[in-house]
Ligand binder design. Structure first.
Ligand SMILES: [Zn+2]
Length: 455
């Protein structure tokens, strides 16, 4: 074979390989429809539609209405002025799977069997006998559709339960929020009548899909470390997805009869303020657990709702907005606070915990303070700046650098943890392919030990 021929063949095979790569299915369609086997529900609902947006790693103090920079999230900055929002909601877990499970079930991750003490990886799923929001709405005669872009909140882990139509990110791809919103409308447009729609957006969750130009832009804003700049690009993409969702509802003429609820599952450390780690999963500090919960809808009274709430209150409140009461507990239906424009959230404490890799930590929040303790093997193994047992002022000392003893609160923390353990649900292991396990790993989860990063 002549050299020129060899080169030509090589070039052809290279082009062929490139074409194969280019046309790999995930490149053209990063979302996969998962068949549900569900038909239309038996009855037909009469209530308003509800859209629940769960933004992964949306740190409450970095977005409106609570904070953030209007150039980062211009849509939310305007939209927030028309919202009723809860000023102090504490998430019950600092990472996606247990946190979103709590949001969509109103039950603690422990009661769902999702907490795993000791080393991972944790591949536990929501048990089939748990009742999720979509199932509750379906029982009422709602049509249900959901999209998830986070590999930890997929059908494999039980999150598609109750959805007549469900689509999730293909394992290989990070899905843009705007693509996910388009798919949600594709799924929902075929469903007449009142609908419960749910979308999980991971734009602000690593791995980030930012352009260098975007990062440079956001580095010019105040308080922008390189971490914060990259994170802000994620927030911008999340904001673009919300704008597309809002426009889509308006274009379809359904916005006037739809509740839109936007929540976050947990925050992100970003080493901000100093002493807070970078990521999430291990830490129970305020930047990780303070959660966005904002509501728009028919006759909403725009305001900041005072008082302390738990992410366990989200599911009963969402049901309450549609006129369904849920007294099963442990969450509270706070929809009257949204509707009437009166009153505060009622809690005096909120309990949170994480059994991340080898850490086994719990925290108890009050409106002004939080106490934390590590019950696992990592006690004393991390620098004191990363984890200090005791109680701290949430505002003055968010990284808990100067812990104080508070025997009463610490006893309550231990008692709530023990009560939860005594009522723990049986664990159910998900069938996790090697590909899904790798994808979950790429999102920074599981056994990767990031003690130095305060994960
Ligand atoms: Zn998450």
């Amino acid at each position: 074979m002549k050299r020129a021929t060899r080169i030509a063949l090589f070039a052809l095979s290279f082009a062929g390989a490139a074409a194969v790569l280019w046309f790999r299915p995930w490149r053209s369609d990063p979302l996969l429809d998962v068949p549900s086997g569900l038909g239309p529900p038996a009855g037909r609902a009469t209530g308003p539609s509800v859209v629940l947006v769960i933004g992964c790693s949306i740190r409450a103090d970095q977005v409106p209405p609570a904070g953030g920079h209007p150039l980062v999230t211009p849509f939310l900055a305007t939209f927030a002025e028309e919202a009723a929002w809860f000023g102090d909601v504490i998430g019950v877990s600092p990472w996606t799977r247990p946190s979103i499970a709590a949001l969509v079930s109103g039950r603690t991750p422990r009661s769902l069997g999702l907490e795993q003490e000791g080393p991972g990886p944790n591949h536990r799923r929501i048990p089939e006998d748990a009742t999720l929001l979509a199932e509750r709405f379906r029982d009422l005669g709602y049509r249900t559709a959901g999209v998830s872009t986070n590999p930890n909140a997929t059908a494999s882990f039980g999150f598609a339960q109750g959805f007549e139509r469900w689509s999730e990110g293909a394992i290989e791809a990070k899905v843009a929020g705007t693509d996910a919103v388009s798919r949600l409308f594709d799924l929902a447009d075929a469903l007449p009548g009142p609908r419960f729609l749910q979308i999980i957006l991971a734009d602000a969750h690593e791995p980030f899909a930012e352009e260098p130009e975007e990062v440079r832009l956001f580095r010019k804003l105040p308080a922008a470390s390189s971490d914060m700049a990259r994170y802000r690009v994620g927030l911008r993409h999340f904001d673009q997805a919300l704008a597309l969702l809002d426009r889509g509802l308006a274009d379809r003429g359904t916005a006037g009869d739809t509740w839109l609820v936007v929540v976050s599952d947990h925050g992100e450390g970003l080493a901000f303020p100093p002493g807070i780690g970078r990521g999430h999963g291990r830490s129970l500090a305020p930047p990780i657990l303070e959660t966005l919960v904002a509501v728009w809808g028919p006759a909403v009274e725009p305001r900041r709702i005072g008082g302390l709430a738990s992410s366990l209150d989200v599911a009963p409140t969402v049901l309450g907005l549609a006129g369904l009461s849920d007294d099963a507990g442990p969450g509270f239906d706070l929809s009257p606070l949204v509707r009437t424009g009166l009153g505060d959230a009622p809690r005096s404490t909120v309990f949170a915990e994480t059994t991340w890799a080898r850490v086994d930590r719990a925290a108890l929040y009050t409106p002004t303070r939080y106490c934390q303790r590590d019950f696992g093997e990592e006690v004393g193994s991390e620098p004191a700046s990363r984890f200090a047992p005791g109680c701290c002022e949430r505002r003055a000392d968010p990284a808990c650098k100067r812990p104080q003893r508070d025997l009463e609160l610490e006893a309550l923390l231990s008692a709530q943890r023990e009560a939860g353990r005594a009522a723990a649900g049986s664990p159910v292991e998900a069938a996790v392919s090697a590909e899904l396990a790798a994808r979950v790993e790429a999102y920074g989860y599981q056994e990767r030990d990031r003690a130095g990063e305060g994960k």
